[in-house]
Design a protein. Structure first.
Length: 154
């Protein structure tokens, strides 16, 4: 009887721990640098801090497409955004901050392969920590069907 009671307590504790993980999929489409920094980079840190104060985790997936490709390429001069001087000046800092989001908060970045092809962005020119998926729509559908809350950033 004691073993059964112990098992039930452990099992219920496990179920409760599962509910302490919140999940969000960021639909990142913006090409605006300020929006990207405020809503994406600072937003991830802010939202994680909020959930940490309530002893919960925040699991974030970011689907990169639309105008947001330019923030995830190694060499901007090899893209259509090569004239964007503000981005060129901040590219190294942005890449470091994105890498920090992965290290600190385990954020997962998924990039739309169909859009990469349409924009002639080679996989070799994409930051190492970005995973290429067939399309943004597939990533969004899969994440939402896995229980991730939809957060648009455009």
């Amino acid at each position: 009887m004691k073993k059964l009671l112990l098992f039930l307590v452990l099992f219920l504790g496990f179920l409760n721990a599962e509910s302490d993980i919140k999940k969000a999929v960021f639909d990142l489409r913006t090409s605006d640098l300020i929006t990207f920094e405020n809503r994406m980079i600072k937003g991830v840190a802010f939202n994680n801090a909020h959930y940490q104060t309530t002893f919960k985790e925040l699991d974030i997936i970011v689907i990169v497409h639309g105008g947001a490709y330019k923030f995830f390429v190694k060499d901007i001069s090899k893209t259509k955004c090569k004239e964007d001087k503000k981005l060129q000046a901040k590219a190294k800092e942005i890449h470091e901050r994105l890498a920090s989001l992965i290290k600190t908060y385990s954020v997962k970045f998924l990039m739309c392969g169909a859009g990469m092809k349409a924009r002639n962005i080679a996989k070799e020119n994409v930051l190492e920590f970005v995973e290429v998926i067939p399309s943004a729509m597939i990533g969004l559908i899969d994440a939402q069907n896995d229980g991730y809350a939809f957060v648009p950033i455009d």
